[in-house]
Design a protein around this ligand. Structure first.
Ligand SMILES: [Zn+2]
Length: 191
């Protein structure tokens, strides 16, 4: 049997109404939970009237949380070591596979630096998605208006050889696991 539908909104008390002309319905389960989680409330339901305020409040906090998580993600990624050498001293690692990135450049210093940053970000993302934490044997190849960067993603088992900066950035990102899961859960209603 369906859950009994209340006659008024559990949050603002407005009368609920199914008729087309003065329709006021409760939000679905997912949006209700979204408001409770992100607008830090705890009600059984929200109607079309109070959702006009509650949804933007929740959206604002969702955006704030996703900016914080993305900031920590970028910070962590940029601390992933990229090395041109093949076999760093004292690193014990397993090889995961080749990572590549390519971008368009024009022939000035600024564009090359920007292209390099973009490509490094992309190969670090690729390494991270292979569960890697470093890239070795990195080469940059310049073609006509194109820059290609490639290397080998590895998983370093003795991370104690890494810098403090890396360890702090990684911990900060991993500590946001709960936030990342929440953002993931509500991704579809944000579209
Ligand atoms: Zn309401």
């Amino acid at each position: 049997m369906d859950k009994e539908t209340p006659e008024s909104c559990p949050n603002c008390g407005s009368e609920l109404n199914r008729s087309i002309l003065s329709q006021n319905l409760l939000l679905g389960e997912l949006k209700t939970r979204f408001i409770n989680v992100f607008a830090k409330k705890n009600k059984d339901g929200y109607c079309g009237i109070c959702a006009l305020k509650a949804l933007p409040d929740a959206n604002r906090n969702y955006k704030y949380m996703s900016e914080r998580v993305f900031g920590a993600y970028k910070n962590y990624l940029s601390s992933i070591p990229i090395l041109t050498i093949e076999n760093p001293d004292k690193w014990e690692y397993e090889i995961l596979g080749v990572v590549t990135a390519r971008t368009f450049i024009v022939g000035n210093e600024e564009s090359m630096k920007k292209g390099e940053d973009q490509c490094f970000f992309k190969i670090r993302e690729a390494a991270n998605s292979l569960n890697g934490n470093a890239i070795i044997g990195v080469s940059i190849v310049y073609g006509l208006q194109v820059m290609t960067v490639y290397g080998t993603a590895i998983n370093v088992l003795n991370e104690d050889v890494f810098s403090e900066e890396y360890k702090i950035a990684k911990r900060k990102y991993k500590d946001l696991k709960e936030s990342r899961d929440l953002l993931e859960e509500f991704k579809k209603i944000r579209k």
